[in-house]
Design a protein around this ligand. Sequence first.
Ligand code: TRP
Ligand code: ZN
Length: 477
Amino acid sequence: MDKRPERRTAVKGRGKSTPVRLAAALLTVLAVTSCTGGVDGTPGSSGTHDPLFPRLGNDGYHVQHYSLDLDYDPASGHLKGGATIVARATKDLSAFDLDFAGMDVAEATVDSRPAAVNRAGDELTLRPRQELTEGATFTAYVRYSGSPKTITDLDGSVEGWLKSPDGGVLALGEPTGSMTWFPSNNHPRDKATYDINVTVPDGLQAVSNGELAAKTSNKGRTTFSWRTKEPMATYLATVAIGPYEIDDKGITKSGIPVYTAVDPRVKKQTAAVVAQLPDIMAWEEKNFGPYPFSSTGVIVSPAKSAGYALETQNRPVMPLDHFDTTTLVHELTHQWFGDSVTPATWRDMWLNEGFAQYSEWLWSEEHGGPSAQRLFDQEYAKDDGDEIWSFPPAEPPTAAEVSARPVYVRGAMVVHKIRQAVGDEKFHALLRDWVGTHRHANASTAEFTRFVDKEAGQSLPAVWDTWLYGDGKPDSP
Ligand code: TRP
Ligand code: ZN
């Protein structure tokens, strides 16, 4: 709802005396012709009311497309960046915010005209010469440089522009780290398409999301031009720079191109699992329906780079210390659950992790390991004081708990309770329909429970009240 005072109506001055009308009209003319623009616009907000990360993202516009030009010098760690952001104003805007942490901003324009720049914390405010009208599409450009930082997030995870001693880089962004290397509307709610062009010294590879459209060399430097045609959340954007060995010849049974980048130092230990990727994809397509993106693959980095794997869109990043079949199953499952169907807020995180964890259980069940029921029972056997019962999966109490065990394990237990309630056949249809219905969009927990109740033809209050929202260990499995 737009609660802004209707000044435009007021200056029409119906029923007002002539002098007031004239004065008002004059003011309007002055305001419109002055360099600060019209009279109606107000600044967009510097957050988007996320229950766990209220300062992330911004209101007042939606981004349609990011085009990033990144020129990186591994020797000095210096990055020169240009971000062109095509967006649509969702209200009359006198100014708007982008999320951007660190780096120096040299210049910003809106629709090719210089814009005033202000920075406060992680907020970059652009004030265009001319106000933006609700519904208008505009292009913001930010030129910047510096050494992008590594941040330790509220949940304890290390993110951002992670450098390895040999000059390699891994850019990871869940939940907040992408704002260290490009300015954005940094909230999963605002998905957009991307062109990511990375220039590095000849001999190094630069791997990103989507498909490689071009690779050009000039004066000892190579530019890799990556294109992401399907909408992507900011936290799923990645860049990996290093001496990667590339294999772009693979293809899945369903015809999806496979692009893998493996650090030569970890090739031996990881080759067998990387080779399983097409089979895992086939199994997941059978379970979750058509793969939502135009390419797949994996980025296998050296051990110490991150300390966790991440479901970066199209090709997850997996360090050696998080590299096994189960983790690959998990990260590829996220391509459906998280990357295509993206949580509406960070509180809805279990819609990602609960399903990715449950997919591990299903894989086990269908590949000679313990059944999902066995794995569920093992978890249920954990005593009252165990961490998995510390909060209900749909309600992480603070940002620090967004990736805690209840989100994963008890999230998977919710999925299992649904399966028990509706039976295997309906359960599998339900998984496919859920990702089919919300393909390339966002979804909340409330939308999920309504969806399941409707598809199941019955309400499942015991599952929701006890397993999804209930405090503590449920009384019975
Ligand atoms: N999503 C990653 C995975 O399970 C793990 C992860 C890394 C994560 N950083 C996070 C989860 C921040 C939640 C929040 O594959
Ligand atoms: Zn996960």
